[in-house]
Design a protein around this ligand. Structure first.
Ligand code: C2E
Ligand code: CA
Ligand code: CA
Ligand code: CA
Length: 274
């Protein structure tokens, strides 16, 4: 079992439930990672049902000078506990907006926001500054948030979501279905999109319950006027089922892995049709 450590805010993830004893070391080294150019963004393509390229999700990568690549599942929680995520997240947001503004087509860029960032004062001005300095039109920016922040402080989250929407950016509820009372969030908060968590998509081929849940999420979202993305699409069968059920957007290794920054321009030129 995991210890939250002095009641600290802490994420749990069943997939990575091994305690690491080098956390303090990693935290120290993460401090210098931004300045040392060790952080990068990878970009995973997102497609519509007809496999038209809609945009990308920006995913953070850390290549440690001696340890090599460290997975986000490992360093994001450390960054969150130490609040380094605020600085890292701002860096990612600005970098992602600049990258997207340079693509030869007006594609969307989705950026993950940590709950810590969501509740940080000045988030809206940070987002506004990232848009202004890059020249990226706000409707091309999507901010992905998880329900943890809604549980923590619903009123604060709701007001921030409203302010962000007023800037013209889209708010996406990430990892949908993994939390506690996700269904009730849909009408309480003004999301324009939700992402069905990979765990449901994975079970699509052999689990009737997962099929029913995905189907229900898609039809309910349609009634509410909320778009749906499926993440973690790995097989042709999953892809076919999601298409049949009318899922709006698709993302996963089957369609495209996260790409290094320098490869996105060529990818856009090759797959973008507009
Ligand atoms: P997420 O936001 O749910 O991102 C999707 C994760 O699923 C990414 O892992 C992506 O590489 C992976 N993925 C995409 N397609 C597939 C697939 O078909 N199969 C499988 N097995 N995996 C797939 P990644 O890049 O390791 O990121 C893990 C998590 O770390 C993210 O989950 C997100 O919660 C967090 N993260 C990553 N970048 C950032 C960031 O810039 N800011 C914040 N706050 N969190 C980030
Ligand atoms: Ca995400
Ligand atoms: Ca997700
Ligand atoms: Ca996830």
């Amino acid at each position: 079992a995991k210890h939250g450590g002095r009641g600290c805010f802490r994420f749990f993830d069943a997939e990575i439930d091994h305690e690491v004893d080098d956390r303090p070391q990693l935290e120290r080294e993460l401090q210098s990672a931004i300045a040392g150019n060790e952080l990068a963004l990878a970009y995973q393509p997102i497609f519509d049902r007809d496999e038209k390229l809609l945009g990308f999700e920006a995913l953070m990568r850390w290549t440690h000078p001696t340890l090599g690549p460290i997975s986000p599942a490992r360093f994001i929680p450390i960054a969150e506990e130490s609040k380094l995520i605020v600085h890292m997240g701002e860096w990612a947001l600005r970098k992602a907006c600049r990258t997207a503004a340079d693509w030869p087509l007006p594609l969307r860029i989705a950026v993950n926001l940590s709950p810590i960032q969501m509740l940080q004062k000045g988030l809206c001005s940070t987002v506004e500054a990232a848009l202004n300095e890059s020249g990226l039109p706000p409707e091309q920016l999507e901010l992905e948030i998880t329900e943890g922040v809604l549980l923590q402080d619903a009123d604060a989250a709701n007001s921030i979501i409203g302010q962000l929407r007023a800037l013209g950016v889209r708010i996406v509820l990430d990892d949908f279905g993994t939390g506690y009372s996700s269904l009730s969030y849909l009408h309480r908060f003004q999301f324009q999109k939700l992402k069905i968590d990979r765990s449901f998509v994975q079970r699509l081929s052999d689990d009737r319950n997962a099929q029913a849940i995905v189907k229900a999420i898609i039809s309910m979202s349609r009634d509410l006027g909320i778009a749906v993305t499926a993440e973690g699409v790995e097989t042709a069968e999953q892809l076919q089922q999601l298409r049949l059920q009318g899922c709006d957007e698709l993302q996963g290794y089957r369609l495209g892995r996260p790409l290094p920054h320098d490869e996105t321009g060529a990818f856009v030129a090759r797959y973008g049709t507009e």
